[in-house]
Design a protein around this ligand. Structure first.
Ligand code: ATP
Ligand code: LTN
Length: 334
């Protein structure tokens, strides 16, 4: 039976503190998939160094990101949780796939364009080839589904193109993956600039709700969230500020937009913002408690990393050796 389960792979960069964007767009869905699929989730530290990181912080955040995965409900017994740099095949396959990816394709990636503008002093080659490494992450495990937020859709389409190109050039080698996006929460916007996505590496801490923010901070940030002067709680994508708050409230309460409109009919923004803050703080509380508990036992987290990497290495090696054979790398028996 085990072999018939479909495979899922996803990852988050340990490039900052995780936000409710990461949670609602990705992690919350991962939790719901763990019984039906064979799931692998990695902490993508190789991707994180495409932007300068402080080494001590990167190390700490790698462990914390793994702890957050578990705190968000991923059972390390049911899912393979690992750190990308612990599985060398990611970098190795990435080199090969880079030779099947066109310069023009990478130039069209919107994340590359956005990050080049944001890091104009460090537009390095890794930032450019980032999607190739991401394709390697996915294709190594023959993943059928990749649960991510909308911002990653273009990268998954590229991974599909690379897989199809390689399969056509040789013989079927890779499963062609599909993106899996949540109905609600696939794109949570910044609280200070609601036309931009909420991002963990935003310079303004008021723009994002971090999973570890205190209740007071959460309520205060929502209170200051940019809205408009219409004072009408009605879902309208032309009014991104209020639409975003309604989406967040909907994700945490399960209420749909029309229920929310009825609930706050005739009420003001202050009351609504407080309700959003409280719902969000309530929703994050159990995650925060579990996270704090997990971090008290670093040895246990390291054990999870080691056994995750062991299984991931085993699966990744199988695909990599197939690829090496197909492209014609000389094989010797050791
Ligand atoms: P960075 O700011 O360092 O680029 P990020 O916050 O954009 O990071 P990633 O590590 O790139 O986060 O993304 C991890 C997962 O979270 C991905 O599946 C991504 O699609 C999802 N995600 C990130 N931001 C949002 C958002 N604002 N809304 C919904 N999903 C999001
Ligand atoms: N690029 C992704 C993170 C990521 C990823 C992956 C997501 C790296 N490798 C593989 C899904 C599958 C991002 O969120 N920015």
């Amino acid at each position: 039976m085990e072999q018939q389960k479909k495979t899922i792979l996803s990852g988050v960069q340990p490039s900052g503190q995780l936000t409710i964007g990461n949670y609602l767009g990705a992690l919350r869905n991962w939790d719901m998939l763990q019984d039906e699929y064979d799931c692998l989730y990695c902490v993508v530290d190789l991707h994180a160094i495409t932007v300068r990181q402080n080494p001590a912080e990167l190390r700490r955040r790698t462990l914390e990101t793994l702890a957050i995965y578990i705190a968000c409900g991923l059972d390390p017994q049911k899912n393979t949780l690992f750190v990308q740099s612990h599985v060398p095949a990611h970098a190795e396959l990435s080199w090969v796939l880079g030779c099947y990816t066109m310069f023009g394709e990478l130039s069209r990636m919107t994340q590359f364009k956005d990050k080049s503008l944001k890091n104009a002093q460090n537009v390095n080659a890794g930032l450019f080839t980032y999607p190739v490494l991401m394709a390697a992450d996915i294709l190594l495990y023959q993943a059928d589904l990749v649960p991510v937020g909308i911002d990653q859709k273009q990268h998954i389409e590229l991974a599909r193109d690379i897989a199809e190109r390689f399969n056509a050039a040789y013989s079927p080698t890779f499963t062609v993956p599909e993106p899996y996006m949540p109905k609600a929460g696939a794109k949570i916007m910044s609280l200070s600039e609601p036309e931009k996505k909420m991002s963990k590496s935003d310079d303004n801490p008021g723009a994002a709700i971090y999973l570890n923010d205190s209740r007071d901070d959460i309520i205060r940030k929502f209170k200051r969230a940019v809205t408009d002067s219409e004072m009408l709680i009605k879902y309208d994508t032309d009014r991104m500020g209020i639409a975003n708050l309604m989406n967040i409230y909907s994700c945490f309460t399960g209420k749909d937009h029309s229920e929310i409109e009825r609930e706050f009919d005739g009420k003001g923004y202050a009351e609504f913002k407080l309700a959003v803050g409280e719902a969000c703080a309530d929703g994050l509380k159990p995650i925060q408690e579990k996270f704090a508990m997990l971090l008290e036992n670093k040895d246990e987290l390291e054990k999870i990393m080691i056994s995750g990497a062991e299984r991931a290495n085993y699966l990744a090696r199988k695909t990599l050796s197939k690829v090496y054979r197909k492209v014609g790398f000389y094989q010797v028996k050791s």
